[in-house]
Design a protein around this ligand. Structure first.
Ligand code: DX5
Ligand code: ZN
Length: 228
């Protein structure tokens, strides 16, 4: 088992006028990485930001923090090079947005980034499976992508469990409605990369929320290794 528990706050629900400061605050509060949500108003019914903002954030936080770019865009091929140049660490694209995942995976690697592959709630995990061995991370969406603050979809957990059983060392991320109330289900199913937006960012004590989420996932990983 090579994966570890990592918590990546989504800064979508933070004060967008202070994004650099908010990113630094999350890292100081124990975040392992930052999950940055890019939306184009076409793949999802909302708009956020693009690579110019990522470049500014990279300058604001320095070279170390890992940027997981969640690309909720219709033409993911278009932004690979600009995102790499802006300082993105991982390019997580949606399977539904491309007709040639194999080529996109290759382009992302050639640009020097890690590869994440995301599926929306209506997409089956069997559609992701053929690509799982080629990517660094699989993202199982636990809300319909587009907005922060939605309700966690517990019925996505069988996808996570199945992926964990088939790919014991794959990084598996969950995103959407994840917080202290839903983390146990995610951890038991086998997720190890945890995106949490409103539950962390809107909390009076983000450090404690991040620590709680991480402990629950670490305990589940330990239990799984003892059961083996
Ligand atoms: C939703 C985004 C999520 C979202 C998470 O489309 O991909 O990353 O910001 O926020 P919460 O945790 O509030 O659902
Ligand atoms: Zn996201």
């Amino acid at each position: 088992m090579s994966y570890t528990a990592r918590i990546g706050p989504s800064i979508l629900s933070s004060d967008l006028a202070q994004l650099g400061q908010e990113c630094r605050r999350m890292m100081e509060c124990g975040a392992d990485y930052l999950h940055l949500d890019v939306m184009d108003g076409h793949f999802v019914p909302n708009i956020t930001f693009g690579h110019p903002m990522v470049e500014c954030l990279r300058t604001a936080v320095g070279p170390d923090p890992f940027f997981d770019m969640h690309m909720m865009v219709s033409r993911p091929e278009q932004w690979v090079k600009p995102m790499a140049a802006a300082g993105a660490s991982q390019y997580t694209f949606h399977l539904e947005a491309t007709t040639n995942p194999g080529n996109l995976i290759k382009e992302i690697r050639e640009s020097g980034m890690k590869v994440g592959l995301a599926i929306k709630p209506a997409t089956t995990v069997e559609e992701l499976a053929p690509w799982a061995a080629q990517v660094d991370m699989a993202l199982v969406m636990t809300v319909e992508p587009g907005f922060g603050g939605q309700k966690f979809m517990e019925d996505m957990m069988p996808k996570v469990s199945w992926l964990r059983s088939q790919f014991p060392s794959l990084d598996i991320e969950v995103d959407g409605g994840v917080g202290p109330d839903s983390i146990h289900r995610c951890a038991e199913a086998g997720a190890n990369m945890i995106v949490s937006g409103s539950a962390v960012v809107s909390s009076d004590d983000p450090r404690s929320v991040i620590a709680l989420l991480k402990n629950v996932v670490m305990e589940a990983i330990q239990k799984r290794s003892l059961d083996r």
